[in-house]
Design a protein around this ligand. Structure first.
Ligand code: GRF
Length: 217
């Protein structure tokens, strides 16, 4: 049985689209049961509809600071769709510790840096300011602390001297679109084991490739 997944978005939904595409494969262990946006103007909603995936809007704005009330509405929707796993994909709303605890081990997020480096806003600009030569993207389990939690998968890219936050973000985004579906495949396929705060993968190892940056000619 495929695991039933909800993707939560607030914006353009390119990671959502990558997850929907991957889930079309017959052997993918998860199906996208619903895409939920907390904003009615999220561009990703139209992409999901075009792909034939059910969509729903739970506007967070009317709830103001009452996060628990928003989450009660969201949880009701997730229950209605019999959701077992959640993928946050550019979802710009913080959860209460209670909601996160309820979904612990079953809710993933993706962040465009090699966590624990550069959590929070504008991680690509943070990476450029720090002068790192390699950055990337991280899929992790969600915990109450923002952009932290057991790391499921990471992908790296070289940072170029002439990168802007936009060019670096675009390079990282292509990696995001590869690792998010792969990480969901591992989770939904039961290939992930949590050892305390450390996530371990059953039957899989690193690719063995070294990424060295800058390259010396
Ligand atoms: C991605 O960079 C993701 O890592 C971050 O928010 C962005 C969402 O982009 N959490 P998209 O909506 O998936 O295109």
């Amino acid at each position: 049985m495929k695991r039933r997944v909800a993707i939560l978005i607030s914006g353009r939904g390119s990671n959502m689209a990558a997850l929907i595409e991957a889930a079309k494969a017959a052997d993918f262990p998860a199906e996208i049961a619903v895409v939920v946006s907390n904003r009615s103007d999220a561009g990703g909603l139209a992409i999901a509809s075009q792909s034939g995936v059910p969509t729903a809007i739970v506007e967070s704005r009317p709830f103001g600071k009452d996060r628990a009330a928003f989450e009660a509405a969201l949880q009701a929707l997730l229950d209605q769709h019999k959701v077992e796993l959640i993928c946050l994909a550019g979802f710009m709303r913080l959860f209460t510790a209670e909601f996160v605890q309820h979904w612990y081990g079953r809710m993933l997020n993706i962040h465009p840096s090699l966590l624990p480096a550069f959590p929070g806003l504008e991680p690509q600009a943070q990476a450029l300011r720090a002068g790192v030569k390699i950055s990337g993207a991280t899929v992790h389990f969600v915990i109450p602390q923002t952009d932290a939690g057991p790391i499921v998968m990471q992908g790296a890219v070289a940072v170029q001297d002439d990168d802007t936050p936009e060019t670096l973000a675009a390079r990282i985004l292509t990696v995001e679109h590869r690792i998010y579906p792969d990480a969901l495949r591992l989770l939904a396929g039961g290939q992930i084991r949590l050892d305390g705060d450390i996530c371990k993968t059953i039957g899989s190892a690193g690719s063995g490739d070294a990424l060295i940056s800058p390259a010396v000619n």
